[in-house]
Ligand binder design. Structure first.
Ligand code: BES
Ligand code: MN
Length: 496
């Protein structure tokens, strides 16, 4: 029996330090402006071009732009070039592939809208996740393949489909009206799937290029094809790697087993102790600054999103698990978590090898919520291992990445325009939801430039992001192009 720290250690109760949260209100939609009439002509044009869009998108998703693998560096450059060429075709100015310490940013601008028009910073990412396990793909990940009404390829849904959709909405405006209804600065990065490690420095260095009224973040999605939704908050991400070391090298597990501590066993116990029996994270102070969420906001979250049973089915599990006292939508939307993302120790090949491993490693990440502090989490994780690791091992903790949570102001003209564009395109009023995933740029733009974000995308919950057989639902992607087109039209209309 492993005696884990969780049986003796209990975390402090959540202290509700922060006050209520203003959820904002939708105002009634107004009558049609001339730009809205133009939007409808643009939408009609979009509908005539589906086949061309699809063949172009296939080209884009064929490029294996996996940001984490050094062998795909050339492909990252190709994807960046592909985007830049799209901007050049639309007569964007100052198009460039701007260097960072890692993969570059694709930039371009079109600033010829009538005076007083907003400047929309259009954000996306052209990088994708790795494809493993490859043998579970029904078609090769970079050979885009249609099955039913989905296009299967790595990155099709996260987020080359959305990135392409926003480009095509701009192109349609250009083609139909000879210009855009708003100013646009196009800003696509190549390291989002790595946690955007060099974006903070890029933002600090390129403030003028990012000067904007607000940011349209295309890396989002909606709840279902007939159930549009808008993301008003995302969790942050803190990523660590923890190494536990015992002997100087692997040992014979018969010769030494019983006489020497096994790092894999030690680490397993330490990992177990990171949660208590109520599914709460035991790190000191972990919940101290977590935002108080009003009952009204919790009811809204629970009323519109997945029910627990839908969460269960969507994850494909027999029974759900999580922090006591919260629904799944709340666990993902308003509560922080700590996950093990991977473990490595000893022999994992076919058959057996009697070895007492010298090391064990775990990748641990936390999804954070307002107003947790990155430095506090870092310190409490280190304290935990210092306090509970037995003297038989040494522990080495590496910080891999840090990305802020974000919460967006809901009561803005841009959000109202987005809501109206979604309603006109998907035929239902959108609801607000909190996303459990992370997009670091949202918090970075807010914290460094004071720029607010509207997250607007056309991905769906069952697109299998980051998993084998990722696929884009084409009818939703086509409507997504329409929604972006209408959004741009509405932004320029004084009535929103
Ligand atoms: N597109 C996702 C985030 C997302 C997921 C938005 C689902 C809306 C619905 C994004 O590309 C992503 O996966 N981000 C990473 C960020 C991390 C590496 C900092 C994530 O959440 O794991
Ligand atoms: Mn994404």
């Amino acid at each position: 029996m492993i005696r884990s720290p969780s049986t003796t250690f209990r975390p402090p109760f959540v202290k509700l330090l922060n006050g209520g949260f203003h959820t904002g209100r939708q105002e009634p939609v107004s009558e049609m402006s001339s730009n809205e009439a133009k939007s409808e002509a643009v939408v009609a044009y979009v509908r005539l071009n589906h086949d061309r869009y699809l063949s172009e998108l296939k080209e884009y998703v064929s490029i294996p732009s996996i940001s984490t693998l050094p062998e795909n560096k050339k492909d990252m450059e190709r994807a960046a070039q592909w985007l830049k060429a799209q901007l050049e075709k639309m007569q964007f100015a100052n198009t460039a592939i701007l260097p960072t310490e890692g993969h570059p940013v694709v930039y371009g601008e079109w600033l010829k809208a009538p005076p007083g028009s907003p400047i929309v910073l259009v954000y996306g990412h052209y990088d994708v996740q790795p494809v493993d396990p490859l043998n579970e793909w029904l078609s090769p990940p970079f050979t885009p393949t249609m099955r039913g009404d989905r296009l299967f390829a790595r990155g099709a849904a996260d987020m080359k489909g959305q990135g392409h959709a926003v480009l095509k909405s701009l192109e349609a405006w250009m083609t139909k009206t000879g210009g855009l209804p708003v100013n646009v600065r196009f800003f696509f990065e190549g390291e989002e799937e790595l946690g955007s490690p060099h974006l903070e420095a890029f933002i600090a260095k390129n403030k003028e290029k990012l000067t904007s009224t607000f940011c349209l973040n295309c890396d989002g999605g909606i709840a279902a094809p007939d159930k549009p939704s808008m993301v008003y908050g995302l969790r942050g991400l803190e990523y660590f790697e923890v190494w536990v070391r015992g002997a100087e090298s692997d040992l014979h597990s018969g010769r030494y087993g019983g006489a020497v501590a096994n790092p894999a066993v030690v680490l397993a116990g330490l990992i177990d102790g990171l949660h208590d029996d109520d599914g709460r994270v035991t790190l000191r102070g972990f919940y101290d600054k977590v935002r108080t969420v009003s009952q009204e906001e919790r009811d809204e979250l629970n009323g519109h999103g997945f029910t627990d049973d839908e969460w269960r089915k969507s994850a494909g599990v027999k029974t759900l698990y999580g922090e006591k006292g919260f629904t799944s939508s709340e666990r993902v939307g308003i509560r922080p978590t700590l996950e093990v993302n991977g473990m490595l120790s000893g022999f994992t090949g076919v058959g057996q090898k009697t070895v007492l491993p010298a090391t064990a490693m775990v990748k641990i990440s936390m999804r954070t919520v307002p107003y947790q502090e990155s430095a506090q989490i870092d310190a409490s994780l280190r304290d935990y291992f210092r306090q509970y690791a037995p003297p038989t091992v040494t522990v080495d903790i590496k910080r891999i990445s840090t990305g802020p949570y974000a919460i967006v102001e809901r009561n803005t003209p841009q959000l109202r325009a987005a809501s109206k564009a979604l309603e006109q395109s998907y035929g239902a009023k959108p609801f607000f939801e909190l996303e459990g995933g992370s997009i670091p740029v949202v918090g970075l733009l807010k914290n460094h430039l004071g720029v607010n974000t509207v997250v607007l995308g056309c991905g769906l919950a069952d697109d299998k992001l980051h998993a084998p057989n990722e696929g884009l639902h084409l009818p939703t992607y086509y409507k997504g192009i329409e929604a972006y087109a209408r959004f741009f039209g509405l932004l320029s209309s004084p009535t929103t």
